[in-house]
Design a protein around this ligand. Structure first.
Ligand code: FAD
Length: 434
């Protein structure tokens, strides 16, 4: 593991070596992690971002750095649960019906990937990507002077019945098979561990290796500052495509003109699809829209980030208050937010933490919607593009982009620098979609 000192020394050594001029497209957590690792390798890096870095999906997520997140969304048997979720107005899944024709091919792939064999292979592929999240993120945060934003208190999953826990048996078996250690708690033990929780919960599973950031946007912003201090350049523009000379990249095309580049990394989150298809890679990327609701100065707050396993939302203690985040809405990139989805989180959160007030003045509440960049098999797209070895993909991290970002950034730097990736990235190839 690199120490802050050795990172600094390598930075200083590599500044003189020149490296390649690399354009990182997208200023979310994935783009920033990639940019920092690339700088460490001595490359001259510019970040192409049309808005404020960190204001995409990386802004309002639950902040969990869960190395245990190896299970895909499409688990065996999910198809049986979908109708119940869709019929339930406060359920964890919503679909705007006018979007159905557009998303149908994606859903077909999603359902087809939900076999036990595929899910096992996906979990095996994910573990090395997400497993080292806490030490890697802490390392980056330390160099950026933001180590206080990284915590390792574990992640707690809570259940309202022993049967509900048993229903998740396959998911827990998969995590265990991949080296995740867990502690199970009964109702009394749960009460002692997290006294703020409702007595409705009678089973808990704690994953001690997991961590969280108490301010996702603050973390990205600290990385942006470090990136600038290390000579990084921010180009405020939207990337439109690539200029190639045969298979070699010569420039990133943007709405503000061309930026000369020897290599480029596509980290535009849920907006990466047209960039990949301009290089001949047809990736079925979708947005799984998610929401959060925050309470400033809450009466109670769990110490450990806690997931209601049934409701599929997380309560995370943040620097700025208590954040309830979760739910999936399938409605595409352009539909306006449906803020009722955030309000549902408040009702469910109150049920989880009965010590919260019955009513809140609007000024103590804030809501947010963001686009998870999702693939049908829940694996990200990481690796070279079909058209050029100089354009590297790093998008599609779905529900685990915060978690997977530091290892993804490391892999990106390895590929751009011509070294083998430190983990097996074959399962993440864009070509898996045909
Ligand atoms: C409710 C919710 C809760 C979540 N909770 C967690 C969690 O607890 N743990 C976890 O690991 N993950 C979580 N996630 C997922 C995580 O937030 C995402 O996977 C992650 O933020 C994706 O990061 P990104 O850098 O790929 O994308 P983004 O943060 O969306 O960044 C992409 C950037 O690209 C820019 N861009 C778009 N188009 C272009 C273009 N053409 N040219 C240049 N730039 C462009 C955008 O402006 C944006 O800034 C959650 C997501 C949601 C919605």
């Amino acid at each position: 593991m690199l120490s802050a000192g050795s990172w600094g020394a390598e930075m200083a050594a590599s500044e003189t070596s020149g490296g390649r001029r690399v354009g990182v497209i997208g200023g979310g957590i994935v783009g920033l992690c990639a940019a920092l690792w690339l700088q460490r390798d001595g490359h001259r890096v510019f970040l192409v971002e049309p808005g404020m870095p960190g204001e995409g999906a990386s802004f309002g997520n639950a902040g969990c750095l869960n190395g245990s997140s190896v299970t895909p969304m499409a688990m065996p048997g999910i198809i049986k649960q979908v109708p119940r979720w869709l019929m339930d107005p406060v359920g964890p899944l919503a679909l705007r019906w006018q979007y159905l024709p557009k998303i149908l091919p994606y859903l077909v792939r999603f359902v087809r990937s939900a076999t036990p064999e595929k899910v096992r292979a996906e979990a095996r592929a994910m573990r090395p990507l997400v497993g080292p999240t806490v030490p890697l993120m802490r390392e980056l945060a330390k160099i950026a002077g933001a180590e206080e934003l990284i915590h390792q208190r574990g992640h707690l999953y809570v259940y309202r019945s022993a049967e509900a826990l048993a229903k998740d048996g396959f998911a827990w078996a998969l995590r265990r098979e991949n080296g995740v250690e867990v502690d199970e708690f009964d109702a009394d033990e749960l009460r002692q561990l997290e006294p703020t929780l409702s007595r409705e919960y009678v089973r808990g599973v704690l994953v001690r290796e997991n961590g969280h950031t108490s301010n996702p946007f603050g973390l990205v912003s600290a990385f942006v500052e470090l990136f600038r201090r290390q000579g990084g350049e921010i180009v405020q523009a939207r990337a439109l495509g690539f200029r190639l000379d045969g298979r070699r990249l010569t420039a990133v095309a943007t709405d503000r003109g061309d930026e000369a580049a020897d290599a480029a990394v596509v980290c535009a989150g849920a907006y990466s699809k047209p960039l990949a298809s301009s290089l001949g890679d047809r990736v079925p990327l979708e947005t799984e829209r998610g929401y959060h609701l925050m309470i400033r100065d809450p009466e109670v707050m769990p110490r450990i980030p806690t997931a209601d396993a049934d409701g599929k939302f997380v309560a995370t203690p943040m620097e700025t208050g208590l954040r309830f985040a979760g739910t999936v809405e399938l409605a595409g990139l352009d539909a306006p937010p449906d803020w009722r989805r955030s309000r549902i989180l408040l009702a469910q959160g109150r049920r989880m933490l009965p010590g919260l007030a019955r009513e809140y003045a609007e000024e103590r509440i804030s809501v947010w919607m963001g686009h998870r960049p999702a693939t049908p098999d829940s694996l990200p797209v990481i690796g070279s593009s079909r058209a050029s070895p100089d354009v590297i993909y790093a998008f599609g991290h779905g529900h685990v982009g915060m978690t997977a970002a530091p290892m993804t950034g490391k892999i990106v730097a390895e590929l751009v620098s011509g070294r083998p990736a430190s983990i097996d990235i074959a399962p993440f190839a864009a070509t898996r979609f045909g």
